[in-house]
Design a protein around this ligand. Sequence first.
Ligand code: GLP
Length: 240
Amino acid sequence: MNVLVFDTYEELSAAAGQMYVRLLQQKPDCVLGFATGSTPLGLYRFLAEQNQKGVVDFSRVTTFNLDEYYPMDPAHDQSYRYFMNKNLFDNINIDKANTFVPDGTAKDCTKVGAAYDQAIEAHGGIDLQLLGVGRNGHIGFNEPDTALVAGTHVTDLTDDTIDANARFFEKKEDVPTKAITMGMGTIMKARQIVCIISGKNKHEVVKALQNDLVTTDCPATFLKMHPNVTILCDKEAYEG
Ligand code: GLP
């Protein structure tokens, strides 16, 4: 695991962005795994700028997002589909038909979860998966638990996550209590992973990434078993 520390969030976002620029130039039809949350916003702005300047082209790119609230209508302004359109897809030359987000309206979630994993495989697998981390160490919506799930599945959100995400809703009671998320196996199958971590409230997760333990209490620690992971963090997250 390669850990890089940056003075500022802007530098971190640009460094993550350069990884995408390199990949998009080498493999214009790459498959990208995207994430939501506030941490990727700087990276998404960077990618939109690079696309508008003509440095990168998304016309042949396919994307798979990590997760979606459940149940959730994609048209809802707090859906992750809405977030991705607003913060990235509407600002780059991607064909939205090639952008996939887990279906928050699914009736048969087991079937829909398996189909999502199969669709990733059918596209040749994810070349570069972006991750943020929850302050409790979750990745996607794989929450700390006694056991983790391999494939894309529906999960209950922990109270801590509902609390952390309440800032985006009018009130805490409006935050969905479930989500549909790529599983740990889905994430670990990506050929390369870039994990971006910003802010003091993520310091405990950065600490957990620096020892040699892998624990379901902190799902992000599973990244230690992946052969090609880059962790980019800002000083605040690194130093606490
Ligand atoms: C949500 C997403 C995660 C994301 C996390 C952190 O819970 N499911 O994928 O990493 O938020 O969000 P933020 O970057 O806003 O701290």
